[in-house]
Write a protein that binds this ligand. Structure first.
Ligand code: SF4
Ligand code: SF4
Length: 206
């Protein structure tokens, strides 16, 4: 069951999601590994293209639980992990000359799913994933600046977007388990909270 019949979208490549000053592109560990492998980056290079955004004010447990990708403990404090932004606020990977993403094939799930978000209505059925019930919504930012949403856009392909939703929910679930273990290990002084160690740890999961 889904509500996709009333969702209309087709990307018109306006670039707003890649250039909005207030949009931070979150990255799960599988996003990071995909970009690292896709661009053949070494440890220093992958750290260079990531942003570890320290919260000005430590979020409450309730606020953390509402986050799609929870923050990780680092040597500098709790940090949101995402793609680095350039000084002008645009995504590090946005090619301003060609007006497009320079890592399209490896882009994070955040970008794959924009301008949508997904809600799982029942547990994913491993035997028959098609049975999993997912609801799809426009994100707040999508409604705010995505030029591909509108009455003139086509109704979205139900099967395609529901499959993306299932994949993304599975990825987020795995990611959230990893972050929970990482944060617990740091708090118990069993893990060095350096950003370098975080990238090493996730690289070793391959
Ligand atoms: S990774 Fe690509 S699609 Fe995602 S925000 Fe950056 S430029 Fe845009
Ligand atoms: S804001 Fe919407 S239309 Fe513009 S590039 Fe992003 S997904 Fe495409």
């Amino acid at each position: 069951m889904s509500n996709t019949n009333d969702l209309r979208f087709e990307c018109v490549h306006c670039g707003n999601c890649c250039t909005d000053l207030d949009t931070l592109v979150n990255t799960t560990y599988s996003d990071i590994i995909r970009i690292k492998n896709g661009l053949n980056l070494d440890l220093d290079e992958i750290i260079e293209i990531l942003g570890f955004y320290i919260f000005d004010k430590k979020p409450t447990i309730k606020e953390i639980n509402r986050m799609v990708v929870p923050p990780i403990e680092t040597e500098k404090g709790l940090a949101f992990v995402g793609l680095k932004k350039r000084l002008n606020g645009k995504c590090y990977f946005y090619d301003e000359t060609k007006k497009r993403c320079s890592i399209y094939g490896f882009r994070p799930n955040f970008c794959r799913t924009f301008p949508f978000t997904f809600k799982l209505l029942i547990d994913l059925d491993k035997e028959n994933p098609k049975k999993s019930e997912i609801e799809i919504f426009y994100t707040e930012k999508g409604l705010k600046y995505c030029q591909g949403i509108g009455e003139s856009a086509p109704i979205i392909d139900d099967d395609n977007w529901l499959q993306i939703g299932r994949d993304v929910i599975q990825d987020l679930t795995k990611n959230n388990i990893l972050i929970k273990e990482w944060n617990k290990g740091v708090k118990e002084n069993k893990i060095s909270p350096s950003v370098r160690n975080f990238i090493l740890t996730i690289s070793n999961l391959e």
